[in-house]
Write a protein that binds this ligand. Sequence first.
Ligand SMILES: C[S@@+](CC[C@H](N)C(=O)[O-])C[C@H]1O[C@@H](n2cnc3c(N)ncnc32)[C@H](O)[C@@H]1O
Length: 281
Amino acid sequence: MPTERAASRTAVLVCQGRAVGDGRLAVGSFSDPVAMELLREDERAVVAAVRAAAVPAAWRERIAYESVAACAAVVVPRTVAIDAAIRAHAHPQLVILGAGLDARAWRMAELADVDVTEIDHPASQRDKQGRLGARPSLARTHRFQSADLAVSSLGDALESAGHDADSPTTWIWEGVVPYLRRADVERTLVAVAERSARGSTLIVSYQTRSLRARAGRLLARHVGEPWHTLLSPGAMAHLLTDAGFGVQTDEDLLTVAERIGTPTAHATSLRNGRIAVAARH
Ligand SMILES: C[S@@+](CC[C@H](N)C(=O)[O-])C[C@H]1O[C@@H](n2cnc3c(N)ncnc32)[C@H](O)[C@@H]1O
């Protein structure tokens, strides 16, 4: 059974980051016009301030401002890299693990022939559905399936959602690994592998350990969603290989940011964020 908890606040933060970036950062490579619409009025105010570079004087507002600005710098290259991987590895099914306020199914016309399933905690899914209102998904079919990756059987959840384990799947596991304990990361990978037909693609973002990159860790703890699992590229490659995936690419977000021309002032955070793309043997 999924555990009951409040809707994810980090999901809102990364959505705010995408709303900051839309039409401002990496124009032509990055776009998420739905992000702003998913935010509530109070959550939009800080986004508007960052977009206008209106740095607040009061310290509390300043902290919120800096958090959202830093998040935009990281999340825009992350989104661009993942969107590119989705386009490069198109499969008939897309499963988004820990989907939060991911708006791909509402903004990517490329998903018109794809069956999309979003997995998340029940509270986060209810929250998202409330924010979406009647906005239709662009996907061929779209399912919300609640599951707690630390407790539930992901395999059972996907079976209930109608996922077809015999047909290739693109998996997005974005911004979730740090929040899971190592054993749950391994368990999730096994479940993903078991439901991945040959040729399926797993796109996973993860964080490497760094003494200097404390900002993200402190912020996550502050909102009650502490990081548990940080992995080196070698450790991630081992996990993927053991689960039956072959790593195709694994790059840090600083490299992506430099390629697409987004701000690199948060170089340490960018260097410690990575995206691996792996194929099921
Ligand atoms: C930082 S947010 C990222 C959301 C989204 N993937 C994105 O990048 O915009 C982390 C997400 O992971 C989800 N999450 C964290 N722990 C989880 C768990 N044990 N089971 C299911 N979802 C979880 C949260 O509910 C939240 O939606």
